[in-house]
Write a protein that binds this ligand. Structure first.
Ligand SMILES: *Cc1c(COP(=O)(O)O)cnc(C)c1O
Length: 392
């Protein structure tokens, strides 16, 4: 006989579609042409991840054993000393800071976020301050800012180090590298003072080479999102690095009764992440890049002639895959990118494009566009919206 929460229940649920679920709630879905933005659902988990989620639900394990083994498998796949799983890259930042402050001291681990009497300062370059950086403060850390919003020197970093310093932060993100201290230099300074370098590289995949690049440049802990281009479950993150620092991070992380206990990741999600990572690593990056470029050319061709716009396909340090970037020149007579973005979201169908850039540009991202039909709709609606908006 089958219990309701056994396989029979699962088979019954199979007939359901995503459209059914949101319709019942009265929620209107959207076409996601803006890249892995969390508020617009991140990315679609790979089939292999969904399969692994279901399969992993069939077995029970001891979570400590499972997480240690999962970390070992991830580290071997990537080719680094050690790794573990966190709740998104954001959860990774929390345990990076906790690891830097409490290490493997059970009394300190249990006391966080109360850091009284502990070295709890994290040095951060002002240019590396960003919307998620307060996650580093969750375990009771304090920031010591160095440099200006434009630049920072190695000397400024070193001068800020005291006996209260717990670690040095490095952000790897679009539009943030210019003017900052190069990672290898940061590492040399930090290590000379016995301090770890904590790196947030959440969105820096692809290129896949980044999985080992920052680690090879000496960062002790590096966080990546599992829910961006890896296309694992939205809630997952990869934290990799030196063996002892990854172990400190694990001890400070859920499921242990620590400051990060609220960040638990289920065994199903961990299995889903590993399944996705396998596919991600096996993919042909050149072919993938060519495919994205071709998709974005189709969008570019539709809007290149609209007066006042400069439309380029960008793929560099600030654009992780080929994206179609719409720059608004002085000759543009219409509203700003925020308004255009709003009009696309308010249209039929609703389309999300991002406006992440540094100079008010709009960016069309191919990552979440699901098929040719959807691509054609995106290209057409972006053209129509820009043409309609061109004069106000
Ligand atoms: C996306 C991002 C994060 C958050 O990652 P999640 O996996 O969504 O938690 C953190 N830092 C940076 C720089 C990011 O781009």
């Amino acid at each position: 006989m089958a219990f309701v929460n056994g396989r029979r229940g699962a088979e019954m649920a199979k007939r359901l579609t995503g459209a059914d679920i949101v319709k019942e709630m009265g929620v209107t879905p959207l076409i996601q042409a803006g890249g892995p933005n969390t508020k617009h659902s991140g990315t679609r988990p790979r089939e292999e991840a969904l399969e692994a989620l279901r399969a992993m639900s069939e077995v029970f394990v001891n979570l400590d054993e499972f997480l240690i083994a999962a970390g070992r498998q991830i580290a071997e796949m990537i080719g680094v000393e050690a790794a573990t799983v966190t709740s998104g890259a954001s959860g990774g930042l929390v345990v990076q800071a906790a690891a830097a402050i409490a290490k493997d001291d059970p009394i300190k681990i249990a006391r966080l976020p109360d850091t009284a009497g502990m070295a709890n300062e994290l040095i951060i370059q002002k240019r590396h301050r960003f919307v998620y950086d307060h996650l580093y403060l969750v375990p009771g850390a304090k920031f010591v800012e160095v440099g200006t919003a434009e630049r920072c020197t190695p000397e400024e970093v070193e001068a800020a180090i005291t006996k209260r310093t717990a670690g040095v932060i490095d952000l790897k993100s679009s539009f943030r590298s210019e003017g900052t201290v190069p990672l290898p230099v940061l590492v040399e300074i930090a290590h000379r003072h016995g301090l770890p370098v904590l790196c947030d590289a959440a969105s820096m995949l692809p290129p896949r080479a980044n999985l080992t690049k920052f680690y090879n440049q000496g960062a002790d802990l590096v966080s990546f999102s599992g829910g961006k281009a890896v296309r694992g479950p939205q809630s997952t993150g990869i934290l990799l690095g030196r063996k002892e620092w990854v172990e400190y991070a694990r001890l400070n992380n859920a499921p242990n009764a620590t400051v990060a206990r609220a960040q638990k990741v289920s065994k199903e999600e961990v299995a889903g992440l590993i399944a996705s990572l396998k596919v991600f690593l096996a993919e042909d990056e050149e072919a993938e890049t060519a495919r994205y470029r071709k998709m974005m050319r189709l969008v570019q061709d539709q809007i290149a002639e609209i007066p006042g716009l400069l439309v380029k396909i960008e793929h560099d340090n600030d654009h992780y895959i080929p994206q179609c970037v719409i720059y608004f020149t002085k000759a543009w007579r219409g509203p700003d990118s925020g308004e255009i973005q709003k009009r696309l979201l308010g249209g039929k169908p609703r389309i999300y494009v991002s406006s992440l850039g540094s100079t008010g540009e709009l960016t069309v991202d191919p990552l979440n566009i699901q098929d040719e039909e959807e691509l054609a709709i995106v290209a057409r609606r972006v053209r129509e919206t820009l043409v309609e908006s061109a004069n106000g």
